[in-house]
Design a binder for this molecule. Structure first.
Ligand SMILES: Cc1cc2nc3c(=O)[nH]c(=O)nc-3n(C[C@H](O)[C@H](O)[C@H](O)COP(=O)(O)OP(=O)(O)OC[C@H]3O[C@@H](n4cnc5c(N)ncnc54)[C@H](O)[C@@H]3O)c2cc1C
Length: 409
């Protein structure tokens, strides 16, 4: 087990500086344009692929870094550049992790390369779980997958929503109900290969922030996929469902629930790190501005009212990063999340990003309210962190339940 450290080692510093250079030289200068266009920034993704940032290898390397700091450091730097573009670059990772977590070696080898494409022809992937009536309440999912034994095919019907890269993805990973009596334990994940008939993009959402990232509905109308597209395979699914039915009969189910919770706790710090990146970016702009903007014959930072805001902003950002790094280290080293430390890190970092970017707009005054300065965009972007991957209210529920052991609602 790696000791917890707050110091990046030389190799990590090198990667951080390389990512920071890409964020500063390629992502940040393109941010305003793609925010206005509200389109996937394919040329930037392609640049990231050329230098090796948009690839499974890169993420796997960071993910398996035993200090746990690889992923948070990478996320913070890319999202420091711009949240919308960075999400376009890392969004495929969400689908890839779905396959890595549940897929067989053959499925991993077949589908993950098709999710990324190659630098000459980049592709993206989408992870489709949320539905119009199943957001925070995942168990309310209605998309149904039925097995056609005669053809060894699964037939999927339903409507997914809020899918990052939905409809433009080469590969879609779709979560569907296979046994409606088992609630969320009756769900399974499927690969929908490129060009499968019946899968179509529904409405593309016009969003408040992260506008360079494509978000859309995905309609599944009698989508037929081969049996080999069930992640993990039929035998594993049948065994899992049998265990869940047995536990339901015995009135249990805690162990399965705990395993799912551990997965969420492990992935949430990454979203916290994205939020730290956006918060740090806005804080830096505000600090520079406060030192140079003069009113009443002196820089505005000379006023305690402004200087104290900056002191609070930096304190909250550093506190958020420490929570994120702690949770990430715990995840990589298999430490039990006895106080829902993953949820804590996501909750605190995402709320910090909203507060800090709002303060940055205030410190820039009228300029902060215009698109001439980046803090206006960062403030809009920051609102996503308290919503996706579990809202702040859901994080508080998870923390409160973990601390109390009570079924708090
Ligand atoms: C830009 C964007 C990208 C996304 N990308 C993806 C993606 O790639 N794949 C995917 O599957 N999903 C994705 N999502 C979906 C996202 O995870 C959901 O929006 C989120 O889980 C919240 O669900 P909801 O929007 O239905 O809100 P709801 O669940 O309807 O919540 C509405 C409000 O009620 C509150 N609330 C709900 N239940 C409780 C409770 N028990 N106690 C207290 N408060 C409660 C919530 O906190 C929230 O404030 C994305 C969403 C957005 C906006």
């Amino acid at each position: 087990m790696a000791e917890f450290t707050m110091e990046l080692n030389d190799e990590q510093k090198e990667v951080r500086d390389w990512l920071h250079g890409f964020a500063a030289d390629v992502i940040r200068p393109a941010a305003a344009e793609w925010d206005e266009r509200e389109e996937t920034p394919w040329p930037v993704i392609q640049e990231a692929a050329k230098v090796g940032i948009y690839s499974l290898d890169f993420y796997a390397q960071q993910y398996f870094d035993p200090t746990g700091l690889g992923i948070p450091m990478a996320m913070e730097e890319l999202f420091w550049g711009d949240a919308g573009i960075a999400l376009s670059i890392v969004g495929t990772g969400l689908a890839a992790v779905g396959v890595l977590a549940n897929g067989t070696e053959e499925q991993i080898g077949t589908w993950i390369p098709q999710m990324y494409g190659d630098p000459a022809d980049v592709k993206v992937a989408a992870f489709c779980s949320s539905e119009p009536d199943a957001g925070s309440d995942v168990a309310a999912m209605r998309t149904r997958a039925v097995y056609d034994e005669a053809k060894d095919e699964w037939v999927i019907n339903g409507t997914k929503t809020w899918a990052t890269n939905g409809g433009i993805a080469n590969v879609h990973v779709v979560v569907a109900v296979v046994d409606p009596d088992l609630g969320s334990k009756g769900h399974a994940s499927f690969i929908v290969p490129p060009g499968t008939p019946g899968l179509a993009q529904g409405q593309k959402f016009k969003k408040h922030g992260i506008r360079a990232s494509h978000t859309a509905e995905v309609i599944l109308d009698n989508v037929r996929v081969p049996g080999s597209c069930l992640l993990g395979g039929k035998q594993k699914l049948d065994e899992r469902l049998a265990r869940a039915r047995e536990r339901a009969r015995a009135g249990g189910g805690e162990r399965v629930k705990n395993a799912a919770m551990a997965t969420f706790e492990a992935s949430r710090p990454a979203v916290g790190a994205m939020a730290v990146g956006t918060a740090r970016a806005a804080y830096e702009v505000a600090l520079d501005y406060a030192k140079t903007r003069e009113q009443f014959g002196r820089p505005i930072i000379d006023n305690q009212g402004v200087a104290f805001q900056l002191a609070d902003m930096r304190t909250q950002i550093d506190a958020a990063r420490l929570l994120v790094w702690r949770a990430s280290w715990m995840a990589v080293n298999g430490r039990p999340f006895t106080a829902a430390e993953g949820s804590m890190s996501k909750l605190y970092a995402s709320e910090t990003a909203k507060t800090v970017t709002a303060q940055a707009v205030q410190i820039l005054g009228g300029n902060g309210y215009t698109r001439e300065y980046p803090v206006e965009r960062m403030h809009r972007d920051s609102a996503i962190y308290t919503i996706f991957e579990g809202t702040s209210e859901i994080q508080r529920l998870v923390i409160a339940r973990t601390l109390s052991g009570m079924p708090i609602r």
